[in-house]
Design a protein around this ligand. Structure first.
Ligand code: DAH
Length: 339
């Protein structure tokens, strides 16, 4: 028996391995239920008492050296596997990376685009730093025109001819200058106004401008287009109403209200107990704007409209404070999950 211990001790010392599988095979061979060292422990019971001490010591040394060897090998192999300099691309993904979600303003912008796309509108984008002519003058708002006071403008210090656009209506001017009618397009984008930041106003926000120019375009087309949009966006039972208003670039002009989506027209604090909430401005493109942009005002007519994406989003999701859209607080943003 001592011989077997000596032989196994030599074997343990001399053994080398190349894989975790080989380590496991040796562990079983030596220390498994029927392993050679385990069997020696069983045989130990039959050793005469006067030899027990010596056997016991030798056996324990053998077992400890086998265990040490196996543990050292295991550590070496496992540290190789987790060594980041040798990435194992077959490992599963890192589970603590969370999925992001779209910003609520992007969700609603995409919904608006999808609805108008179904009616054949294309999407066009303009520039955020705009010249005064495209932002105001071409849209019938020359310098010193009182309508300029409707929008608090940021002028560019280095060149006061340039402004941060106050409305995406400027894009309709570019489109009319560069395209021949029929034109059917919407222009989503960021706009800027020098306003104090509060729950209902911000110095930057987003608008979608719409423009439709063709030979026979009537106010009825405008109304039907906006009714379709409203029902798709807020639900089939939503009503609209048009109130006469003033915009320099449309004649006649109107503000469009929708029946309050919260109280369904009964009256609540969102609609200030009127049953209606305003969501956009609109009207028939003023012939002078067509002339300014090089389009025949006798051959063509058109309608235009413009809405704030924040406003639509606040109504749709019942968000009460506009500042939430710009604070990047994940607790708020996480609640919006649709594509
Ligand atoms: N540009 C207007 C605003 O910012 C919104 C608007 C009103 C756009 C009427 C239009 C329109 O195209 O026809 O207040």
């Amino acid at each position: 028996m001592l011989e077997k211990i000596a032989r196994l001790s030599e074997e343990v010392k001399a053994s080398t391995v190349n894989s975790l599988e080989e380590i496991e095979a040796l562990r079983i061979k030596w220390l498994g239920k029927k392993g050679e060292i385990t069997e020696l422990f069983d045989a130990f019971k039959t050793v005469p008492p006067e030899q027990k001490k010596e056997f016991g010591q030798q056996l324990n040394i053998l077992k400890t050296s086998a265990l040490d060897k196996i543990n050292t090998w295991k550590q070496e192999f496992e540290s190789q596997v987790t060594d980041t300099s040798v990435p194992d691309l077959s490992l599963p993904g890192f589970p603590s990376v969370q999925n992001g979600s779209r910003h609520p303003l992007s969700i609603v912008k995409n919904q608006i685009i999808a609805i108008f796309s179904r009616m054949g509108f294309t999407v066009s984008e303009g520039r955020e730093i705009e010249d005064d002519w495209h932002n105001f003058t071409a849209l019938n708002t020359p310098e010193n025109h009182p309508a300029r006071d409707m929008q608090d403008t940021f002028y560019v210090n280095l060149n006061p001819e340039m402004v941060l656009r106050t409305q995406t209506s400027s894009v309709q001017v570019h489109i009319m200058q560069s395209h021949k009618p029929p034109i059917r397009t919407i222009s989503p984008g960021r706009v800027y106004r020098n306003e104090a930041i509060s729950a209902r106003a911000h110095c930057q926000f987003h608008q979608v401008e719409g423009l439709y120019i063709d030979e026979k375009v009537s106010f009825a087309d405008l109304k039907q287009t906006l009714l379709y949009f409203t029902r798709e966006m807020f639900g089939a039972d939503t009503k609209i109403r048009l109130r006469p208003s003033y915009f320099p670039f449309t004649e006649p002009s109107a503000e469009m209200d929708i029946s309050c989506t919260i109280c369904k027209g009964k009256g609540c604090n969102v609609c200030k107990y009127t049953g209606w909430v305003e969501i956009m401005g609109c009207g028939m493109v003023d012939p002078q704007v067509l002339i300014n942009c090089g389009i025949s005002e006798t051959k063509y007519k058109g309608f235009a409209f413009g809405m704030g994406i924040e406003r639509i989003t606040m109504l749709k999701y019942q968000v009460k404070d506009l500042r939430l859209f710009f604070e990047n607080d994940l607790r708020f943003l996480k609640q919006f999950t649709s594509a």
